[in-house]
Design a binder for this molecule. Structure first.
Ligand SMILES: O=C(O)C[C@@](O)(CF)CCOP(=O)(O)OP(=O)(O)O
Length: 326
């Protein structure tokens, strides 16, 4: 029983920030992302009855005990879902340069969910696959689909209505997402720990929840109308609100470094010069810049001139899950 699947990473425009259920990875709010063409994880899964435990290879090397324990917990959920006991060999390759500041957990868990269920002979639809991937990492919920994707937060306690769906296909509206790589100076707070601390201690968190569902509405309207400036404005404001919640946490924290602020300022200057460019930032110092393809070279040139910028990866909307020959 073996299968190979590929899943692409995604960038949230309206952020997932906070869980209402840590065990089931149920979010406090809905989120919206673009799946990217350039970065993905390819995973082969083989279940074998002779194995006494799971084996997890990542980029050709056995992972450490902590990563293996996380993957085994995820596979236990899949084994329970499929009603099997067998252990598995997981072989994943990330075409997601970790240094690029992309969380490969989104593409990683989505690829494992797809390959393992396929290897077990389950032909799951996107909704079921999305709910399974969610149990590995929240943002993986969205990587099952290509293009522009909404993860509906759902209301039910069992999470049976918390899954993603595609809003617009990857070929229906071409945007550019520039991943701007800054030198990273210090160990960051993981997104999992960061959102937990924020939910539990930040007085600004209620303000986040008061406005994020309207941001989802505005972003979906902008995508339907191909209104880039409306999408850019609501995405940039949403990212700033997410990061503002952390400053009120106990202890306070921020992911921003001097280079982060410098790029933010340069993007705002470009807008004053008449170029429609907007930024978003996740749980790290790196900045992702949204622009239309015909402005890509001017935005890239302006940013590459900055001493703080180490590299820039150009991405566009990409596909959802694909199954590859074994
Ligand atoms: O991607 C977004 O919507 C926004 C973030 O990237 C903001 F930084 C959070 C991603 O969180 P994730 O790593 O999925 O957490 P997990 O569920 O605890 O594994």
């Amino acid at each position: 029983m073996k299968a190979v699947a590929q899943a692409h990473t995604n960038i949230a425009l309206i952020k997932y920030w906070g869980k209402r259920d840590e065990a089931l990875f149920l979010p406090m709010n809905s989120s919206l992302s673009i799946t990217l063409d350039r970065f993905y994880t390819t995973t082969g899964v083989q279940f074998c009855k002779d194995l006494s435990k799971d084996i997890f290879m990542l980029n050709g090397e056995l992972v450490n005990e902590q990563e293996l324990a996380k993957m085994t917990r995820f596979l236990d959920i899949i084994r329970n879902y499929a009603g099997v006991q067998e252990h598995a060999i997981i072989n994943s390759t990330n075409k997601v340069p970790t240094a690029a500041g992309f969380a490969s957990s989104a593409s990683g868990y989505a690829a494992v969910a797809a390959a393992s269920t396929k290897a077990l002979g389950l032909e799951l639809g996107g909704k079921e696959l999305s709910m399974l991937a969610r149990r590995g990492s929240g943002s993986a919920t969205r990587s099952i689909f290509g293009g522009y994707v909404e993860w509906q937060k759902g209301e039910r306690e069992d999470g049976s209505d918390s899954y993603a769906k595609q809003i617009l296909g990857e070929k229906e509206w071409g945007l550019t997402i520039l991943s701007v790589l800054l030198e990273s100076k210090c160990k960051k707070v993981s997104s999992r720990e960061g959102m937990k601390r924020t939910v539990e201690t930040s007085p600004f968190y209620s303000g986040w929840l008061d406005t994020v569902e309207h941001d989802i509405y505005s972003a979906k309207e902008a995508i339907r109308n191909h209104d880039f400036d409306q999408l850019g404005k609501v995405s940039e404001a949403n990212a700033l609100k997410m990061h503002a919640t952390m400053l009120g946490a106990t202890p306070p924290f921020t992911y921003w470094q001097s280079g982060t602020l410098a790029v933010m300022e340069r993007i705002q200057e470009l807008r004053e010069e008449g170029i429609s460019a907007y930024f978003t930032i996740d749980a790290g110092p790196n900045v992702k810049v949204l622009c239309m393809p015909n402005d890509e070279e001017r935005v890239r040139a302006a940013l590459l001139h900055m001493s703080e910028v180490e590299d820039i990866y150009s991405c566009h909307p990409g596909p959802g899950i694909t199954y590859l020959p074994e």
